[in-house]
Design a binder for this molecule. Structure first.
Ligand code: CA
Length: 611
C-alpha cells in the first residue's frame, strides 16, 4: 500500500492536481437530489481512443446497463457537456470495470486534467468517484478517461452532480463537562464562525528566540497587513522537570486572552532525558541531553509504553511534567481564560519512516494503542486530578488510511487538526488541501471542528471559500514560515488578513469569554481552583526577619509559581520587576549571593516536589 501511495503521489505532483482522490475506492453513486447529469457512457461523446461496444474482442462483461459501455484507450474515453448555474464543488462518479489490472485514469475539465485516480483491478462493475472539484459557473466539457490515462478500462455509465459537502454545524459543547464558563463561551464562538469564516492565527517563537522578542511575527503581520491574528499559538515546552525555566508563556497567554481579547492555543513539546535509564528523578538535565524525538531517532531509553504502568519511572516523570503544566493552566484558568490545547501533537507524523508505524515524537513511537491511552491519561490527570477545566482539546490527525486508529474518541477531543507543510507528502502551494479537510471532517462524522493548527503556506481565502475547506483557523509556524516570501508573499498575507471571510484580532466580539450559552444553562458558575503550593521551611536567619522564607520572592508567605515567575524575571534581568530586599534574599535559593538560573531551577524543582 505504501508503494502504491508513493507512486500515486508522484503522479499527482506531475499532473499538478489540487484535489481528488488518489487511490480509488468503491463509492456509492451521487445522491439523487444532487445529480445534475446522468447518462450511459456509450451515449456520451466518444473521444479519441475510446470505443462504444458491448464486448472487448470476444470477451463479455455482463451486468452493464443500456446498450453497452465505452472501452477506453490511452488517448481518451468519453465526454459530456454541462452548463452550471453557479461555481461550486462538483463530483464525478462512474460505473466502471478495471479488467486488466490497476489502471490510472484521468478526469479532465475543459481539456485540463484535474484528477488522476488509480482504479484497482476488479472482476465486476463498480461505482468509483473521481473526487470533488470546484468548477466555476458556465459551460464546461468533462472528459472521463482523458489523455494520459492508462488504457484498457471499461465505463458503463456516469453521474455528475453537486459534491456532498459537510454541514459543519457543530454542537457548542466542550467534551469536558466541567468546562469553565469562559471555555464554554469560546466554544460557542468557535462553532458559530466555523464553516463560514476562518480565524487568522500565528505561532509565536518560544524560549529565547528572536532575542526574546516574542512580537517578531506579530509586528511583521501588523506592518504587512495592518492587522493582528485572532489566534496566537504558544508552546508550553519549557515547563518541564529537566531544565524548566519560565519563558513567560503563561503570562503571554493571560495577556493575549484577558487584555487583548485574543484566542490562545498551545502545544507542548515535552522533553524527556535521552539517557532515561541512568536518569534520577529530580535531576537537572541540560536541554542538549533531552529530546522530544522518538526513541529510534534519539537512541533514547525512555519507553513511552511504560507511562501506562503506574509504578514505572516513566510514569513518575510524566506525572511530574503534568503537574508543572497543570500549575500553569490553572493560573490561566484563574485569570478567566481558556486555551485551545493541542498536546501530543503529530503523533502519526513521519509517515512511518522507521518502518514500524511510529512517528517522530516520543509520544507516538509505540503506536496508536499506547498513544490513545496516553492521551486519555493526560486528559484525566489534567481535568480530574488537577481541576483544569479551561481547555478545548485539540488533536492532530493525518489523512492516511489508518489515521483514524490514533483518534482517542469523541469524549476526549473538541477539535481535529492538521499540520500542513509543503512536500510531506504533497506540495499544496496555496491550495487549501480540501481533500484532507474533508477526510478529517469525516473522522468525526462532521461532529467536530477541523483546524489547520500549523502550516507554512497560508491557503488562498478564495480557494477556501470556493472549495468549502473551512479550516476553523489557520496558524503558520513562526519565523521564516511566516516571514519568508517563499512561503507567504506579502500580497497573499494582505489579501488573507483583509478578507471579510477572515477574522482578525480587532474583530473578536467583546463577549468572547462572557457570552451566555445558547443552551440556557448557567455559565456564570466559575470553577474554583487552587494553585498547588509548597510549604517551605523558614530560613533561619541571623537577622531574624519573619519575611525570610526561601523561595518566597513576592513575600506573600506562600512559595508558589508566582514566585517562580518573579524569580525568572529577576534572573532574566527584567528591570520592571519589583522585588523587595527580603524577596531578593528569599530568591537566592542556593545561598551564593547571586540570582542565577540555578536558583530558578531549584525553585521549580521544589514546586514540582522533586526535592
Ligand atoms: Ca452502459
Amino acid at each position: 500500500m505504501k508503494a502504491v501511495q508513493k507512486r500515486m503521489a508522484a503522479v499527482s505532483a506531475a499532473a499538478a492536481i489540487a484535489l481528488g482522490t488518489i487511490t480509488a475506492m468503491p463509492a456509492s453513486a451521487i445522491e439523487k437530489d444532487l445529480v445534475l447529469f446522468s447518462s450511459e457512457a456509450e451515449k456520451c461523446t466518444i473521444t479519441d481512443g475510446g470505443t462504444a461496444t458491448d464486448k472487448v474482442y470476444n470477451d463479455e462483461y455482463p451486468g452493464f446497463t443500456g446498450d453497452g459501455f465505452v472501452w477506453a484507450g490511452n488517448a481518451g474515453g468519453f465526454s459530456f457537456d454541462v452548463d452550471l448555474k453557479e461555481g461550486a464543488m462538483y463530483e464525478v462518479t462512474v460505473r466502471s470495470y478495471s479488467y486488466l489490472g490497476d489502471r490510472l485514469q484521468n478526469l479532465a475539465i475543459d481539456g485540463e486534467v484535474v484528477a488522476t485516480v488509480n482504479f484497482q483491478q476488479s472482476s465486476k462493475w463498480e461505482d468509483i468517484s473521481f473526487g470533488s472539484f470546484y468548477i466555476p459557473e458556465g459551460k464546461h466539457t468533462i472528459e472521463v478517461g482523458a489523455s494520459g490515462s492508462w488504457g484498457f478500462m471499461l465505463y458503463d455509465s456516469v453521474q455528475f452532480g453537486y459534491a456532498k459537502m459537510p454541514k459543519m454545524e457543530i454542537k457548542p459543547t466542550p467534551c469536558d463537562k466541567k468546562a469553565t464558563a469562559e471555555t464554554k463561551a469560546l466554544m460557542q464562538y468557535l462553532t458559530s464562525v466555523y464553516g463560514k469564516q476562518v480565524l487568522a492565527g500565528q505561532q509565536e517563537i518560544y524560549g529565547s528566540g528572536h532575542d526574546g522578542n516574542y512580537e517578531y511575527e506579530f509586528d511583521y503581520l501588523s506592518d504587512t497587513t495592518g492587522k493582528l491574528p485572532a489566534v496566537r499559538g504558544f508552546d508550553m515546552m519549557n515547563y518541564n522537570p529537566l531544565y524548566g525555566w519560565d519563558d513567560n508563556s503563561t503570562e503571554r497567554i493571560i495577556d493575549w486572552t484577558t487584555n487583548k481579547n485574543g484566542i490562545a492555543t498551545a502545544c507542548w513539546h515535552l522533553n524527556v532525558p535521552i539517557d532515561f535509564e541512568n536518569y534520577t528523578l529530580g535531576d537537572e538535565v541540560d536541554w542538549k541531553d533531552c529530546t522530544y524525538k522518538n526513541y529510534q531517532a534519539s537512541n533514547g531509553t525512555f519507553n513511552t509504553e511504560k507511562i501506562l504502568d503506574k509504578t514505572s519511572k516513566e510514569r513518575q516523570y510524566f506525572d511530574a511534567a503534568v503537574k508543572l503544566l497543570a500549575e500553569q493552566f490553572l493560573r490561566v484558568q484563574e485569570a478567566g481564560a481558556p486555551i485551545i490545547f493541542r498536546p501530543l501533537h503529530e503523533a502519526q507524523g513521519n509517515y512511518g519512516r522507521y518502518g514500524d508505524g511510529t512517528a517522530w515524537f516520543w509520544w507516538g513511537d509505540r503506536g496508536p494503542e499506547v498513544y490513545k491511552e496516553l492521551w486519555k491519561l493526560l486528559y484525566t490527570e489534567l481535568t480530574e486530578t488537577y481541576g483544569v477545566h479551561n481547555l478545548i482539546w485539540e488533536q492532530n490527525l493525518y489523512e492516511m488510511d489508518n489515521s483514524i486508529e490514533w483518534y482517542p474518541g469523541a469524549e476526549y477531543v473538541d477539535i481535529i487538526a492538521y499540520d500542513k507543510y509543503e512536500g510531506s507528502p504533497t506540495r499544496w502551494e496555496t491550495d487549501p488541501a480540501t481533500s484532507v479537510f474533508l477526510k478529517l471532517v469525516g473522522y468525526s462524522d462532521d461532529t467536530k471542528m477541523v483546524a489547520l493548527a500549523e502550516c507554512d503556506k497560508i491557503p488562498e481565502i478564495t480557494k477556501i471559500r470556493n472549495e468549502g475547506a473551512w479550516w476553523l483557523y489557520v496558524c503558520p509556524w513562526y519565523d521564516d514560515y511566516i516571514t519568508s516570501e517563499s512561503n507567504n508573499t506579502k500580497a497573499l498575507l494582505k489579501e488573507f488578513y483583509n478578507s471579510d471571510l477572515v477574522l482578525t484580532l480587532d474583530e473578536m466580539p467583546k463577549d468572547l469569554y462572557s457570552a451566555d450559552p445558547v443552551d440556557g444553562t448557567d455559565s456564570k458558575t466559575t470553577t474554583t481552583t487552587t494553585v498547588t503550593t509548597t510549604t517551605v521551611t523558614e530560613t533561619t536567619s541571623s537577622e531574624g526577619s519573619s519575611n525570610l522564607m526561601r523561595g518566597d520572592v513576592n513575600l506573600d508567605k506562600i512559595v508558589d509559581v508566582k514566585d517562580a515567575v518573579m524569580l525568572a524575571r529577576l534572573v532574566g534581568g527584567d528591570i520592571t520587576v519589583s522585588v523587595k530586599a527580603d524577596g531578593e534574599k528569599n530568591a537566592d535559593m542556593n545561598n551564593d549571593g547571586k540570582h542565577t538560573p540555578e536558583d530558578l531551577t531549584i525553585l521549580m524543582r521544589t514546586l514540582a516536589h522533586l526535592i
